[in-house]
Design a protein around this ligand. Structure first.
Ligand SMILES: [Zn+2]
Length: 90
């Protein structure tokens, strides 16, 4: 079932899962039991789904980039095209 985002004035946002035909306009906040309205748009991504894993991986690469163990070897041929040898060198 999809997740929908609700917002409590005091506690902030939280997600609840409902069938699309049964989603209410407001639910009780799990923190303070105040009436919390559904936010437009909401989250429609199931936890553990491929889309959720992709978003998690993308977020992780932004904050935890992959570490390279060593720089590229000097003199190693990057290309075999002879025309590339005529390009200006830095
Ligand atoms: Zn609350």
């Amino acid at each position: 079932m999809p997740l929908y985002e609700f917002r409590c004035r005091d506690c902030g946002s939280f997600d609840r899962s409902f069938a699309m035909a049964e989603v209410p306009a407001a639910v009780d906040c799990p923190g303070c039991a105040a009436t919390s309205r559904r936010q437009p748009g909401g989250a429609f991504i199931r936890p553990g789904s491929a889309a959720a894993r992709l978003i998690d991986a993308t977020t992780r690469t932004a904050s935890e980039p992959a570490v390279v163990g060593a720089p590229a070897a000097r003199g190693a041929a990057l290309t075999r095209n002879p025309l590339h040898h005529k390009l200006p060198r830095p």
